[in-house]
Design a protein. Structure first.
Length: 156
């Protein structure tokens, strides 16, 4: 049986986030709307009917950022719950994070993003709470993997 706080008629919404790495930095956007309004997060949005997760990430990324990238792999899935002041569930997103390879584009915050920022691991760690927890967790993992792969390619 569901908790009374959850029985609000809200259905889970499928969404994607794009984890785009360029060098030693990951792309983050400041969100204009809930959930995580005003916070830095991975760019992304809702999956449209008939669209694959990779197609959704490929479409959403330039809509929010102007960045063009190619999907590489599914990284993880995250439940994101947003509650109102009374504690009632307002939104439930099931966000699938797609790792993407940066290809170019004309960078500009648009749609749901008010700012975009390329952040390295040090900047993420010094974010003073402005990076949402789920994005911070994913960004740490992706940047660590990218640095490990880059180091493996360096000659001895």
């Amino acid at each position: 049986m569901l908790d009374p706080i959850v029985r609000s008629g809200v259905l889970p919404v499928p969404a994607v986030s794009a984890a785009v790495i360029r060098g030693d930095r990951i792309l983050m956007v400041r969100r204009r709307n809930p959930p995580n309004k005003g916070m830095l997060a991975l760019p992304g949005g809702k999956v449209e009917a008939g669209e694959s997760l990779q197609q959704a990430a490929t479409r959403e990324l330039p809509e929010e950022t102007g960045v063009i990238a190619a999907p590489r792999r599914i990284l993880t899935a995250i439940d994101l719950f947003d509650h109102d002041e009374a504690g009632l569930l307002r939104m439930h997103f099931v966000i699938v994070v797609v790792q993407m390879e940066w290809q170019g584009g004309v960078e500009a915050a648009a749609d749901d993003a008010t700012e975009l920022r390329w952040m390295d691991l040090e900047a993420l760690e010094q974010g003073d709470g402005e990076v949402c927890d789920s994005a911070l967790h994913v960004a740490r993992r992706v940047l660590a993997e990218a640095m490990t792969a880059e180091n493996a390619l360096k000659p001895d």
